[in-house]
Design a protein around this ligand. Structure first.
Ligand SMILES: NC(=O)c1ccc[n+]([C@@H]2O[C@H](COP(=O)([O-])OP(=O)(O)OC[C@H]3O[C@@H](n4cnc5c(N)ncnc54)[C@H](O)[C@@H]3O)[C@@H](O)[C@H]2O)c1
Length: 397
């Protein structure tokens, strides 16, 4: 006897075409796959087509990650009427061309960060997004860490005045995967492909995060970039942060570490540090914000926790409170597990997919927009310009 069939999903579909299937391609696949299972979404995201240049590898990725069809040229998918949204998970040198073509073809776009490799490209992308918005296409940039519940909670608390007007911001993004001088020369170390090094790869995240958390924008910077290891064995295979070194050597054309001071529009001053040479720090995004009434601190290596200090507390018992951001009242958490049953790296991608699907259904501008991505790009450019000029003060134009 056959058992009753589960009812079909009646929701309208949002068919996804995703370009790139490595680190971010896997993370975004997880986002698309899981979002409709845990979030009550008005549209059903369908993993329609995955794109990669190697036919055998992309076919295998389609099966492994759960995509219905695959293609070897992103242009076919951008033009396909079987796809509604293009998800760009490729290196920075391809973002502008793919995203602009997709927007002009009337598709919604999710584009990985940093938005582009230059301000000029980012401006073109933001203009294309604005134009496409007139006919209903939505564009969003993938600054995923905004969607960590503790980070979103910090923004809510700051907006509610819990720490008062902001005086200082301290932001670090610390990794160590390049500290080994023989780590291979992959695309992230090639200026043509990546735009910049630690600055654009991970510095971009803390620029976006601090602007998002404070609700203010960075108005000027003074920066210092350094490349410690000038030459490395060329990668024969690479994916995400790992790769296999060959025997040939080649030049590193981007920064290994980026440091800068900044001023925010509300009057706060800030220090930023982005490096892939901090031995022992794997993915430490540390943000501490001091206001007139208290402080907030976050470290991604303890991502379910937000620290909060209330200067109004009784002096005898005052101290940083460790808020475990896993309660139903915290952003995104009601869709998940009971309190204390923590979330991980991939959940940011699930939240990103869920938010985007909802905004498309509700015809709202998803955030961060391409204009927000452009704002980050302008800060990156100002830091580079400042460093090139000998660490001089540079306004963010
Ligand atoms: N949101 C985040 O937290 C986060 C984290 C890591 C990377 N990123 C960003 O995601 C993007 C991709 O990084 P990654 O770590 O996934 O890199 P990766 O090297 O792991 O994967 C890149 C993928 O793009 C494919 N690709 C490259 N050029 C292509 C082309 N012309 N056509 C089709 N496919 C092409 C590669 O084959 C590969 O599948 C970058 O912009 C990076 O900055 C974002």
């Amino acid at each position: 006897m056959s058992l009753p069939q589960a009812p079909a999903d009646e929701r309208p579909q949002l068919r996804i075409g995703m370009i790139g299937y490595s680190f971010m391609g896997e993370a975004h696949s997880q986002g698309w796959r899981v979002a409709p299972k845990f979030f009550d979404l008005p549209l059903n995201p369908v993993m329609q087509t995955i794109v990669g240049r190697n036919q055998k590898a992309v076919a295998q990725a389609a099966t492994r990650l759960g995509w219905k069809t695959y293609a070897t040229d992103w242009r076919t998918v951008v033009e396909s009427d079987e796809v509604d949204l293009i998800d760009v998970c490729t290196p920075g040198d391809t973002h502008a061309e793919i995203a602009i073509a997709a927007l002009r073809a009337g598709k919604h776009v999710l584009c990985e960060k940093p938005l582009a490799n230059s301000v000029a490209e980012a401006e073109e992308m933001a203009a294309a997004a604005e134009e496409a918005a007139k006919t209903g296409a939505k564009a969003m940039v993938g600054f995923t860490y905004r969607r960590v519940p503790a980070v979103a909670l910090a923004r809510e608390m700051i907006a509610a005045g819990k720490i008062g007007p902001i005086r200082q911001v301290r932001a670090q993004y610390l990794q160590d995967w390049l500290a080994d001088e023989n780590a291979p020369l992959a695309w992230r170390l090639d200026k043509e492909k990546a735009g910049s090094g630690a600055l654009g790869d991970i510095g971009a995240h803390i620029i976006d995060l601090t602007q998002y958390m404070t609700g203010e924008s960075i108005t000027g910077v003074t920066g210092m970039l350094e490349t410690f290891v000038k030459e490395r064995p060329v990668a024969v295979a690479s994916s995400g942060l790992s790769g296999e070194a060959g025997t040939e050597r080649g030049p590193v054309t981007v920064d290994d570490a980026a440091l800068f001071l900044a001023r925010f529009s509300g009057g706060a001053i800030a220090t930023f540090e982005a490096t892939r040479f901090a031995w022992g720090r794997k993915n430490a995004i540390r943000i501490e914000i001091n206001g007139t009434k208290g402080s907030i601190a976050f470290d991604f290596e303890d991502m379910n926790v937000l620290e909060y200090y209330d200067a109004g507390d009784d002096q005898q018992t005052a101290g940083y409170r460790r808020i475990i951001a896993t309660e139903d009242v915290h952003p995104y958490v009601a869709a998940w597990w009971p309190p204390g049953h923590g979330l991980g790296y991939e959940h940011g991608f699930v939240h990103q997919a869920a938010d985007l699907v909802r905004d498309i259904a509700e015809k709202k501008q998803p955030l961060p927009s391409f204009s927000d991505g452009l704002a980050v790009q302008r800060v990156l450019a100002a830091v580079e310009k400042s460093s090139d000029a000998g660490t001089v003060w540079t306004d963010v134009s």
